[in-house]
Write a protein that binds this ligand. Structure first.
Ligand SMILES: Nc1ncnc2c1ncn2[C@@H]1O[C@H](COP(=O)(O)OP(=O)(O)OP(=O)(O)O)[C@@H](O)[C@H]1O
Ligand SMILES: [Mg+2]
Length: 140
């Protein structure tokens, strides 16, 4: 387990670690309470991948795709308002096949289990708030 404490202006340290450990295609579940910092970390990752668009949470569309530098695409999911059954009905689960990093806010255990059962690795980042920073716990 790797643990990094980072304030808003130190998120690059978390991004650098992820660049080191994650393959070019990856599914990452971002875990943490409301306002833990899941979207903020996604924004930092997007910036590092050269995404020019503004990254906002895809609350109603469930997923946004951002084009990064040379094929470093980024997919961002926010499943807060969606049940597992609803998500499966949308067919969006097929998107996980697409190359790039897939960052998932509020992905449930059932979805993680399902993805693993069909052969995907699911990497998890736990975010714990501190007053002026966050602790990011990641698999080594
Ligand atoms: N590393 C950090 N250090 C200090 N503040 C942070 C850090 N990361 C995020 N924040 C702050 O936490 C607040 C909530 O961030 P964010 O919207 O990313 O949370 P979230 O986990 O996506 O929330 P939600 O569950 O509502 O989607 C923002 O004000 C953001 O600036
Ligand atoms: Mg969010």
């Amino acid at each position: 387990m790797e643990e990094i404490e980072a304030a808003l202006d130190e998120l690059q340290r978390v991004v650098d670690y992820l660049d080191k450990v994650l393959p070019s295609n990856a599914i990452v579940f971002l875990r943490g309470d409301l306002a833990a910092g899941k979207t903020t970390l996604t924004q930092a990752i997007a910036k590092a991948k050269g995404v020019m668009e503004e990254v906002t949470s895809p609350t109603f569309s469930l997923q946004h795709c951002y084009e990064g530098r040379e094929g470093k695409d980024l997919y961002h999911y926010d499943l807060y308002r969606t049940t597992y059954e609803e998500f499966m009905k949308t067919g969006l689960v097929e998107e996980f096949e697409k190359p790039g990093w897939h960052l998932v806010e509020w992905g449930c255990k059932r979805l993680k289990d399902f993805l693993q059962s069909i052969g995907y690795d699911v990497f998890t980042i736990e975010i714990e708030p501190r007053e002026k920073s966050r602790i990011y716990r990641m698999e080594a």
